[in-house]
Design a protein around this ligand. Structure first.
Ligand code: AMP
Ligand code: GLY
Length: 415
């Protein structure tokens, strides 16, 4: 099988790493890939948003399966375009990808299909929005409807802050047309949990549990990031809660995509808030999480290419997922200043001296050197007999790798 992976982050490097272990995969291409991916695949320059160019590449190279990493091309209809050209793709069609691409669409889906979620209203004008605030207590959560690369959710402590957030989104248009529509939502307390599943139009197979560490600072403090590290299994998820996911969320999700005739073959990544016995869905993402994927795929013992092909051909019911019972930890090494402004181009040393698997997230090759090229730069990943063992391995390699201002959290898996 010739496989094309679309994307350039640590998530896509982990996907290529796992696909490369498959006996069925003879060749991997990536658009655009990164220097780590280049060790496993042929990287082809291009934008993940250039649908026409990707479809042309698929046709010219007779790609057997295209795996789409990020949400933007899914929401732009890349899978629709590849399938219209007669080729197989892993990922939901455009209409289904709106479950991530539009918060209002996704909230409406949850309510119509009985999936528990925070109380909300959807508004289209600043006047409607300000009037709707009266129906909420503080803190209140304000969400831009459209994709906003993680910047679209604002938790507002009081009415002044809420009014400012609404003005920014709907009048100043700080997030452009992502803020044309806004969702105002009740604040939920509790702890967050990510639930990733392989899905096709008939079957949903949940993956092992995983915990992301979203904030930049130790002790879960400071600004939210794309994720500073993950641990699988999630050490904080009670088995009694996990046992309820199938009936209360997954069965309803499947009934919903069937009833709404959404063509959904790929990944659904469900963000949950758990408070005592209460389980609420915060959001749906229509792709693998980053850096959740890195920890999860290290534990996957099944053949990823076969599972992905089964999703794409709507035969997922024939697959069984086999998992290692070890603990996986992923540690993100980030650039100084991230998630704010950060420098690029710092030389990275000692990558070849690491014992763990190291995925590239934001790197570039310049004159034979690997240099930093993003906020999240590298992901050190390891399997261990237990959490302590996996943590010891990744933190040992964190002492080996060096670039100027390199930062990482020391408490991944502990809090
Ligand atoms: P979302 O993109 O909807 O998952 O929101 C991003 C993040 O904002 C979530 O991971 C939560 O940390 C936070 N968040 C979103 N909605 C709520 C809510 N209703 N109550 C509390 N926190 C929320
Ligand atoms: N780690 C969170 C995400 O991928 O959305």
């Amino acid at each position: 099988m010739k496989v094309l992976v679309v994307g350039s982050g640590g998530r896509e490097h982990a996907i290529c790493y796992k696909l490369n272990q498959s006996a069925d995969v003879e060749k991997i291409y990536a658009i655009p890939g990164n220097p780590g991916i280049a060790q496993l695949a042929t990287c082809v320059a291009g934008s993940v948003e250039d649908i026409d160019a990707i479809v042309s590449f698929v046709k010219e190279n007779a790609i057997d399966l295209t795996v789409v990493g990020p949400e933007v091309p899914l929401c732009l209809g890349l899978v629709d375009a590849i399938e219209d050209a007669g080729y197989l793709a892993f990922g939901p069609k455009k209409a289904a990808a709106a479950l991530e691409g539009s918060k209002a669409f996704s909230k409406d889906f949850m309510v119509r299909h009985g999936i528990k979620t925070a109380k909300y209203v959807e508004v289209d004008t600043i006047e409607e929005a300000k009037a709707a605030l009266a129906g909420f207590c503080y803190p209140v959560v304000i969400k831009a409807d459209g994709l906003a690369a993680g910047k679209g959710v604002i938790i507002c402590e009081d009415e002044k802050m809420a009014n400012e957030a609404l003005e920014d989104l709907m009048v100043t248009k700080t997030l452009s047309d992502a803020g044309d529509k806004v969702v105002i939502e009740e604040f939920l307390k509790g702890f967050e949990c990510s639930l990733l599943c392989f899905v096709d139009n008939d079957t949903i197979l949940p993956m092992v549990s995983v915990k992301d560490h979203k904030q930049i600072g130790e002790g879960n403090t400071g600004l939210n990031t794309g994720g500073m590290g993950t641990v699988s299994p999630n050490p904080f998820l009670p088995a009694a809660i996990e046992a309820r996911f199938e009936q209360e969320i997954l069965d309803k999700f499947m009934a919903g995509i069937k009833a709404d005739n959404l063509d959904y073959r790929g990944i659904v990544f469900i963000g949950l808030m758990i408070d005592g016995e209460e389980i609420n869905v915060l959001e749906f993402n229509v792709r693998f999480g980053d850096p959740e994927t890195q920890s999860i795929l290290l534990r996957l013992e099944s053949d990823l290419a076969q599972v992905m092909k089964a999703c794409a051909t709507n035969t997922l019911a024939t697959q069984k997922l086999v998992w290692s019972d070890k603990t996986a930890v992923t540690l993100v090494l980030s650039a100084p200043g991230y998630p704010g402004n950060y420098p690029k181009g710092s030389k990275i040393s000692n990558l070849d001296q690491c014992e763990c698997v190291v995925f590239h997230a934001g790197t570039k090759e310049v004159d034979g050197d690997i240099v930093t090229n993003g906020g999240r730069v590298l992901n050190i990943c390891a399997l261990g007999d237990d959490l302590e063992d996996a943590r010891a391995k990744v933190y040992k390699d964190a002492q080996v790798i060096h670039f100027d201002g390199m930062y990482y959290r020391k408490d991944i898996g502990l809090i």
